[in-house]
Design a protein around this ligand. Structure first.
Ligand SMILES: [Zn+2]
Ligand SMILES: [Zn+2]
Ligand SMILES: [Zn+2]
Length: 362
């Protein structure tokens, strides 16, 4: 608690600036253990596993590939249908609506992207070139799915790493789910950022980037005159590339949560150029290396938030800003969190950012 000079730590409710209906309780008081720590994963570092359906040479253990890169010879990245899709083809039964129980067909697409032929490799161990290929494939497949059916309102790309994060197969992979509804988390960001832009005439994500890069302030206690909080230039910045920045959100739901955003305003991930993708890959690799250095073996999810497709979102081009959210799972959510929707963070976001920024990865 260096900046606060307060052994009691921070205990405050922080409002998410983008979605003000969401808030986070930051409670860092020493000795306070409101949450149980999540297990770290035993790294499976094997390059090849004979029984793994995602390893090269075991292609017959998955349904036929939807696509592979390169499309002949040894693949580097491969997309296959999910064997246990949460959404799938149209069901033949009519959906029955009863009273308040409204239902829409669970129509959609669920695919698995095998990130790399190497079984146990993790993100920051992949080459920048490979990561750029992988991110480019995310982009290409998203575009194809949007184009395939106008009923698909959102294509979510995400990754689960570790059993607590929902990964059932240890071989490195990502997933794509195309849904006939816009997920609530994305819709909330779209709606609130549009409202912000209507009020203030600018994209709130751009404003947050500007603040993170330039803001400096000291907040004093009115009675005692003691320093309550110091905000330093770059306090929330973890990694900066030519075109991307990795930021620790001020109101982080997860202790080690990090967001990566393009520095220049861009609403839709599909608009990113290949130069953008190359820098995105570099910033992602370095950010994941920092995370591994500071909290090694951490289980995590990451997911892309991008402007949904459809006419109703055309007027959000200036107010929405795509990003990747990395959510390490270092503690187990409690009944309090699930019941209230108020996430509890036991690490101060400022200290987490400092530790990540100072990690020696070169
Ligand atoms: Zn494997
Ligand atoms: Zn913006
Ligand atoms: Zn988001």
């Amino acid at each position: 608690m260096s900046d606060n000079g307060d052994a009691k730590g921070v205990r405050e409710i922080r409002i998410n600036p983008i979605v003000p209906t969401e808030s986070v309780l930051v409670a860092t008081a020493r000795g306070m253990r409101p949450k149980k720590a999540e297990e770290k994963v035993q790294r499976d570092q094997r390059a090849h596993v004979d029984t793994c359906p995602f390893c090269r040479g075991n292609e017959e253990r998955t349904p036929p590939a939807i696509k592979a890169w390169p499309d002949s010879g040894d693949w580097d990245v491969r997309i296959v249908p999910n064997l246990y899709p949460v959404l799938g083809d149209d069901s033949s039964t009519n959906n029955i609506a009863f009273g308040l129980q409204q239902v829409i067909d669970g129509y959609g697409r669920h695919e698995v992207i095998i990130d790399h032929p190497n079984h146990g490799i993790i993100i920051h161990e992949m080459s920048e070139e490979h990561l750029a290929t992988l991110l480019g494939i995310y982009q290409q497949r998203m575009a194809e799915l949007y184009a395939s059916d106008p009923r698909l309102k959102y294509v979510l790309v995400f990754k689960n790493f570790g059993p607590a994060a929902g990964a059932s197969i240890p071989h490195t992979h990502s997933q794509i789910i195309a849904t006939p509804v816009v997920p609530e988390n994305v819709q909330n960001e779209v709606t609130h950022s549009r409202q912000h832009a209507q009020k203030f005439g600018q994209c709130i994500f751009c404003s947050l980037i500007d603040e993170a890069l330039t803001y400096e302030a000291t907040i004093y206690d009115r009675d005692s005159g003691e320093i309550r909080r110091k905000i330093n230039v770059g306090q929330y910045v973890i990694e900066r590339g030519e075109r991307f920045v990795a930021i620790k959100p001020f109101a982080s739901r997860f202790e080690w949560e990090i967001h990566i955003l393009p520095l220049q305003h861009e609403a839709d991930f599909l608009q990113a150029s290949s130069e953008d993708i190359a820098d995105f890959a570099r910033v992602l690799k370095r950010t994941m290396a920092r995370l591994d250095k500071v909290v090694g073996g951490v289980q995590f999810n990451f997911f892309l938030h991008s402007l949904p497709h459809g006419e109703e979102f055309n007027n959000c081009q200036d107010s929405y800003h795509w990003h990747l959210e990395i959510c390490p799972r270092t503690s187990i959510p409690t009944g309090f969190e699930l019941g209230s929707g108020l996430f509890v963070s036991t690490v101060s976001p400022e200290e987490a950012a400092e530790a990540l920024r100072n990690a020696d990865i070169d």
